[in-house]
Design a protein around this ligand. Structure first.
Ligand code: C2E
Ligand code: MG
Ligand code: MG
Length: 445
C-alpha cells in the first residue's frame, strides 16, 4: 500500500478503492461498517469509528500546487495505514477526509486516545520536493452501541463530533456522547419553538439601566432578549441566541427585538440611549446594516440615541465585512460599543484597526476586583487605555456599592448591574422612569 492500486485488483475492488492513495473509499467504509454491525448482531460489544479532517490542507494545496497536495495525501494515507492494528481499517472518504474503523475499541475514552495518536502521527512534517509542510488534523468519533443502528447514523454522529472538534480549534478530538445527542435534540426543539415564537412576535426585549457612576442617574438602557415558551418554559438568551445564530434565525429575531426596543425607547426621555446587541454572525452579513438603518428611518428614531454592542469574536470572523457595517453605522451617528471586553480572544490590535466609542468591561473582572489584585490591575489598565484611545467605559455586572465606588475612583464613567437595576420589561421600565423623572422634577422645584 504505497499510493499505487493493486494491479491484480478486479473491478469490484476498484470501485471500492481510492485511486490516489490505494486506501478504501467511502463505499468500502460503509460496507465495512455494515458488515461489522451484522457480525455484532448477537454480541453487545461496541466498536468505534472516526472521521479525520486535515486542518489547513486547502491553503497548502493552493500554495504549493496540486502535485504537492497529492503527495501530502499519499503520505498521510501511508502514515494512517501504518498506524492501524490488524483489526482496524482506514479509508479515504473525501478530498482531505479519512475515516477509520476500530472494531476492538470499546469505550469513548479509548476511541479518543486512538484518535489523538493519529493526530500526532499526522502532525509530523511532510516532504514536498525540497520543502516541508506541516498540517494538523481534527477528528470526530462515534461508538456503536445499539443493534438497530444504520451505518449512516453512526457516520452522521462522527460528522457532528467532527464539526464540534473543528469549531473548538485545530488538532482536537471530539467523541460523540449521549450528552451531545441530548444537546442536539434540545437544540432542535429550541430551534423549532423559536422559529414559531419569532413569527408570532413572542420574544421580548427587556431593559437594564446603565448609569453615570458619579451622579447615579440613568443614561441609557441595554436591551436584553427574553423568551418564555409555553412548553420549554423560560429559555435564557445564553441558550437561544447561539442556536438562532447557528440555524439562521438571528436576522429575523434581531429585527423583531430592535423594532420592539425602539418602540419602547421612543417613550423614554430623549436624552436616554438604547444599547442593542448584535451577534457575531450578523457582522458577516451585509443585510444587517441595511436592516438596522432602514428600521431607524421607518421609525424616525434618532441614530445618535442608538448604541450597537458587538464582541471581539464579531469583528474577527470577517474583519472587512464587520468594518463596512460599522463604518455605515458610525456614518449615521450610531455609536459602537465593544462588549465583554477582557475575556475571550481579546486582542489589543483590534482596538487599532477598529474605532469603538465605548468599552464595556466584562463582569468577570468586576466580580473579582475587590479581592483580587490582578483583576484590579487589569481594570486599571483597561481604563487607562480606553481613556488614551478616546473611548468611554462602562463596567458590567456591578452588584454592590463597594464595586461601584472603586470603579468610580479608578475613573470608570458608566456602570451597569443588579446594584442599579435588573433587566425589566418595557412597561415596568417606563413606569420606573416616570417615577424617577417625577421625583427629579419635584426635587428641582
Ligand atoms: P451581555 O450583552 O454581556 O449582557 C449582559 C448580561 O449580564 C445579561 O445577561 C445581564 O442580565 C447580565 N447581568 C447584568 N447585570 C448583572 C449582574 O449584576 N450580575 C450578573 N451576574 N449578571 C448581570 P443575559 O440577559 O442572560 O444575556 C446574556 C448574553 O446574551 C448577553 O450578554 C448577550 O451577549 C446575549 N444577548 C442577550 N440579548 C441579546 C440580543 O437581543 N441579541 C444578541 N445578539 N445577543 C443577546
Ligand atoms: Mg451586551
Ligand atoms: Mg456584556
Amino acid at each position: 500500500m504505497t499510493g499505487a492500486v493493486n494491479p491484480t485488483a478486479d473491478n469490484a475492488d476498484l470501485a471500492l478503492t481510492d485511486p490516489l492513495t490505494g486506501l478504501g473509499n467511502s463505499r468500502r467504509f460503509h460496507g465495512k461498517i455494515a458488515r461489522l454491525i451484522a457480525e455484532r448482531a448477537d454480541d453487545p460489544a461496541p466498536f468505534a469509528i472516526g472521521i479525520i479532517d486535515l486542518d489547513g490542507f486547502k491553503p497548502i494545496n493552493d500554495l504549493f500546487g496540486r502535485k504537492a497536495g497529492d503527495d501530502i495525501l499519499q503520505q498521510a494515507a501511508m502514515r494512517l495505514h501504518a498506524a492501524m492494528d490488524q483489526h482496524s481499517t482506514v479509508t479515504r472518504i473525501g478530498a482531505d477526509e479519512f475515516a477509520f474503523l476500530l472494531p476492538m475499541t470499546f469505550s469513548e475514552a479509548a476511541a479518543g486516545e486512538r484518535a489523538r495518536m493519529l493526530i500526532e502521527v499526522l502532525s509530523a512534517p511532510y516532504d514536498i520536493g525540497e520543502r516541508t509542510a506541516r498540517l494538523s488534523a481534527s477528528v470526530g468519533c462515534s461508538l456503536y452501541f445499539l443493534y438497530s443502528e444504520e451505518p449512516a447514523e453512526l457516520i452522521t454522529r462522527a460528522e457532528t463530533a467532527l464539526y464540534h472538534a473543528k469549531r473548538s480549534g485545530r488538532g482536537r478530538v471530539v467523541v460523540y456522547t449521549q450528552e451531545m445527542e441530548e444537546a442536539q435534540k434540545r437544540a432542535t426543539r429550541i430551534e423549532q419553538a423559536l422559529r414559531r415564537a419569532v413569527s408570532a412576535g413572542e420574544v421580548e426585549p427587556h431593559f437594564q439601566p446603565i448609569v453615570d457612576l458619579e451622579t447615579r442617574r440613568i443614561i441609557g438602557f441595554e436591551a436584553l432578549a427574553r423568551w418564555t415558551d409555553k412548553d420549554l418554559g423560560v429559555v435564557s438568551p445564553g441558550s437561544f441566541i447561539p442556536i438562532a445564530e447557528e440555524r439562521g434565525i438571528i436576522g429575523p429575531l434581531a429585527q423583531l427585538l430592535l423594532r420592539k426596543a425602539i418602540a419602547a425607547a421612543q417613550k423614554w426621555p430623549d436624552e436616554l440611549f438604547l444599547s442593542f446587541n448584535l451577534s457575531p454572525s450578523q457582522l458577516v452579513d451585509q443585510n444587517t446594516g441595511r436592516a438596522v438603518l432602514s428600521l431607524l428611518e421607518r421609525t424616525g428614531f434618532d441614530p445618535r440615541r442608538l448604541e450597537i454592542e458587538i464582541t471581539e469574536t464579531g469583528v474577527m470572523g470577517d474583519p472587512a465585512s464587520a468594518e463596512a457595517i460599522i463604518h455605515d453605522f458610525r456614518n449615521e451617528g450610531i455609536r459602537i460599543a465593544l462588549d465583554d471586553f477582557g475575556t475571550g480572544q481579546s486582542s489589543l490590535g483590534r482596538l487599532r484597526e477598529f474605532r469603538f466609542d465605548k468599552l464595556k468591561i466584562d463582569r468577570a473582572f468586576v466580580a473579582s476586583m475587590l479581592d483580587d489584585r490582578p483583576s484590579e490591575h487589569i481594570v486599571r489598565a483597561i481604563l487607562a487605555m480606553s481613556e488614551g484611545l478616546g473611548m468611554t467605559t462602562v463596567a458590567e455586572g456591578i452588584e454592590n456599592d463597594e464595586q461601584a465606588q472603586m470603579l468610580l475612583g479608578l475613573g470608570c464613567a458608566g456602570g451597569q448591574g443588579y446594584h442599579f437595576g435588573r433587566p425589566a420589561d418595557a412597561a415596568t421600565t417606563l413606569d420606573a422612569l416616570r417615577r424617577d423623572y417625577a421625583a427629579a422634577a419635584v426635587a428641582a422645584q
